[in-house]
Design a protein around this ligand. Sequence first.
Ligand SMILES: Cc1cc2nc3c(=O)[nH]c(=O)nc-3n(C[C@H](O)[C@H](O)[C@H](O)COP(=O)(O)O)c2cc1C
Length: 270
Amino acid sequence: MDAKKILVIMGSPRKGNTYRACEELRGMLEKELPVAFEYLWLKDANLQPCKGCLLCFTQGEEKCPGRGDDASRIEQKMLDADGVVFATPVYGFSVTGQMKIFIDRLSYIFHRPRFFDKKALLLTTAGVMGNEDVLKYLDTVARIWGFEVAGKAGMITAAPVPQYRIDKNRQALAGAAREFSAALKRGLQKSPGMMDVFIFRGQRGAFSQLADVSPADYAYWKEKGWFDRRTKYFVDVPVNPLWHAIGTVVEWFSARDIKRDREHGPGETS
Ligand SMILES: Cc1cc2nc3c(=O)[nH]c(=O)nc-3n(C[C@H](O)[C@H](O)[C@H](O)COP(=O)(O)O)c2cc1C
């Protein structure tokens, strides 16, 4: 088997707990399958903080005022990888600033997802608390970007770390490594979950109404064939018929809300 390319998007500003956890993960994965590990240190990347103009959503990412920074290079690295590890310490109950700038800068991918054949592992470290919330947030980001999330581990690091915590951290990491390596070996995409189907249908309902307001989104969805009634999901995988049926209702409400808001026209703002 060829080595699977693993890209670590590293949100920590230092080679500390999060890096050590990633190295431990690397060791665990190497026991399961050949892997080529690469770190992308966000602290060293040139990523322009989002200015809020929305041009990436409406006109296309190439219109971002920050264009020319490392965003498209990083996106390409993720497209070239088989698996991506999103790794961040918990800062103030959230991701680090570096990680947030990265997510904001690539936010056009929430509207125009593209990582469907990629697996994601989510790894957080926290002194005491906050791992669950941050893992949940990263899960939302990775899923909407198109990743199959296969493995999550939150680790507690406040010194002195007692032995039982060390064991728990290792167990969490080993569980995530097993799930990630199984998904990497399988390669093929799993059937989407209920929320994945609803996100697809909700977005379809919205973007189908927004050709004039958000032409970049509309063009991308059209080019991918996602507006086609026969298309049940972003990619051609079996979709649970119940999720599909409820998804039709989700899509109808989504399109109706957009239409209704547009019929009302803009209100007065102070
Ligand atoms: C600015 C800052 C904010 C932090 N906020 C939290 C927090 O909200 N909850 C927590 O449990 N630990 C918090 N920590 C501790 C780190 O999450 C923890 O030490 C982590 O393992 C550091 O990872 P690193 O060694 O890769 O930098 C914070 C640390 C810093 C520097």
